[in-house]
Ligand binder design. Structure first.
Ligand code: CU
Length: 191
């Protein structure tokens, strides 16, 4: 009878202490996890940066082009070269296909450049919507906005790389032009 009261008090005190510890530990655990999360995010972005720097640099600019920085011996040599400038247009429903239908097309789809040299694509997109120059193997994905803009590509390895437009277009032919070189697809050749 007389022991129950102090026992309860002890219990209550113990419980309060326990709760306090849980809260403190919980906070610490959350803080540690939050810290880890930030660290992981940082690590991921560093990895992403490293990966993209190993890949081909794509600088999308409108108006005056800025020089892209390259790494490696070949890039240093090629960086001394002036940029390769190619002017072209996107004209919807402009190019007659083997199916006798006029398809959406780029006026040029073959781009030749030296390894490490900046390729300046001055594209006048006369269409109302966006198109793209996408080359998964090069890590290139340029969204070509309506109007005249300059887009830069630096290819860091020799080869002939296919590109295509990934933004649904050429509606009259269910996107046929998107899979056909000379229309909404083509090649970037780096030597
Ligand atoms: Cu397109």
């Amino acid at each position: 009878m007389h022991v129950e009261v102090p026992d309860k008090e002890t219990e209550v005190r113990d419980q309060a202490e326990f709760d306090d510890t849980v809260v403190k530990t919980g906070k610490t655990v959350i803080e540690v996890f939050a810290g880890l999360g930030i660290f992981a995010a940082l690590l991921m972005s560093i990895i992403a940066l490293n990966q993209s720097s190993e890949h081909n640099t794509v600088t999308v600019t409108s108006g005056i082009a800025t020089a892209a920085t390259g790494t490696g011996a070949s890039s240093k040599t090629a960086a001394a070269l002036p940029p390769e400038v190619i002017s072209l247009q996107i004209i919807p429903g402009s190019k007659l296909g083997p199916d006798k239908i006029k398809h959406d097309a780029y006026t040029k789809t073959e781009f030749a450049v030296k390894v490490g040299q900046t390729l300046d694509l001055k594209i006048d997109n006369t269409d109302e919507g966006e198109h793209s120059i996408t080359s998964p193997v090069l890590g290139v994905n340029i969204v070509v906005k309506p109007g005249l803009h300059t887009y830069q590509i630096v290819v860091k390895e020799k080869g002939r790389f296919s590109w295509f437009c990934v933004i649904p277009c050429d509606d009259v032919a269910n996107g046929w032009a998107m899979q056909h070189a000379g229309y909404m697809a083509g090649y970037i050749t780096a030597t």
